[in-house]
Write a protein that binds this ligand. Structure first.
Ligand code: HEC
Ligand code: HEC
Ligand code: HEC
Length: 232
């Protein structure tokens, strides 16, 4: 056939060949090849998921993270502490359960676009967007009852008697009222946005009664401590 020569003709022929029933290979052989191929693809997929979950990848692949949140995080207790247990970026930001994890990864490919157009490529632009970025995280953590925090922490695993009095008091209140970690512990790994308002409930979107006014020991939002200064 005349239309089967040239580049498009070649593609059409290859396409037809691809879907022709095999006369040479047994169904068993095809099945084995298919299963092996599937396992390899699955393994490759997992390798890619793991590779994009490392501290090295999250902190250093783009300068947007390296120059801002990464530097800040390095002076917090989640980076270095007495016992040497480290929480890396993905521990707090990427779900462990695989369907949620895949969704987060798909969303992250959208963030590549922000990188390409340079949405937050200077310190100034990053700070300008920080409130929006932070609010997205707070909303998500609130919606999941701080699921990623709870992979490591649990109220029931806390030896409350050993905690600072203020922590004991607030954690008792939190459990009683069904509050979640992120309700109070904002800014634990990075600096808070410059225009952060302690008397505003960012997840509910309402102004709350200042804690001082109701005789509480202090506003919970800032009490998580903010990044802890590096010890000399
Ligand atoms: C990978 C495990 C892990 C994850 C995930 C994690 N943490 Fe931690 N967290 C730790 C470790 C380890 C410490 C330090 C314990 C120590 O040695 O004092 C810590 C310490 C803390 C402290 C005490 C800070 C201080 O001043 O001593 C707070 C508050 C805290 N975490 C809140 C959170 C919140 C909120 C989240 C979720 C956004 C979270 N953590 C996620 C492991 C984790
Ligand atoms: C109602 C507010 C509130 C909630 C909700 C809350 N915390 Fe706290 N937490 C505090 C306060 C206040 C402190 C004391 C901070 C300080 O003294 O600087 C504290 C301290 C801590 C500490 C350090 C304890 C110590 O004595 O060193 C850890 C760890 C911690 N919180 C983890 C969590 C985790 C994990 C969750 C969620 C399961 C959570 N908190 C929920 C208010 C809260
Ligand atoms: C212990 C948990 C924890 C770890 C570890 C952590 N983050 Fe975060 N991150 C948060 C929380 C909570 C927020 C929401 C804003 C806030 O409260 O500071 C946040 C916010 C952010 C934001 C939005 C901008 C902002 O500052 O609010 C970015 C971007 C980010 N994190 C990237 C990273 C990267 C990259 C790493 C690793 C270098 C990392 N995070 C490690 C908990 C964590």
């Amino acid at each position: 056939m005349a239309d089967e020569v040239g580049p498009t003709g070649g593609i059409r022929r290859a396409w037809r060949w691809l879907w022709r029933p095999s006369g040479r290979w047994s169904v068993g052989a095809l099945l084995i090849v298919g299963v092996l191929g599937g396992i390899l693809a699955w393994g490759g997929f997992h390798t890619a998921m793991d590779a994009t979950n490392t501290l090295e990848f999250c902190a250093n692949t783009c300068h947007e993270m390296r120059d801002n949140v990464y530097v800040e995080y390095q002076s917090t207790v989640h980076y270095t502490n007495r016992t040497g247990v480290r929480a890396v970026c993905s521990d707090c930001h990427v779900p462990r359960e695989w369907s949620h994890k895949v969704l987060r990864k798909v969303k992250a490919t959208g963030e590549l676009w922000g990188h390409i157009i340079g949405e937050i490529d200077t310190k100034e632009k990053f700070e300008k967007h920080r409130m929006t970025l932070a609010q997205n995280e707070w909303r998500q953590m609130k919606a999941t009852d701080s699921r990623e925090c709870r992979n490591c922490h649990a109220f029931t695993a806390m030896e409350k008697a050993k905690q600072r009095p203020r922590a004991q008091q607030r954690h008792a209140e939190a459990q009683q009222k069904g509050m979640t970690c992120i309700d109070c512990h904002k800014g634990i790994a990075h600096l808070l946005p410059q225009d952060f308002d302690e008397d505003f409930d960012y997840t509910a979107g309402v102004k709350v009664t200042p804690y001082a006014a109701v005789g509480q020991p202090g506003p919970p939002a800032a009490s998580g401590g903010g990044p802890i200064p590096a010890k000399p």
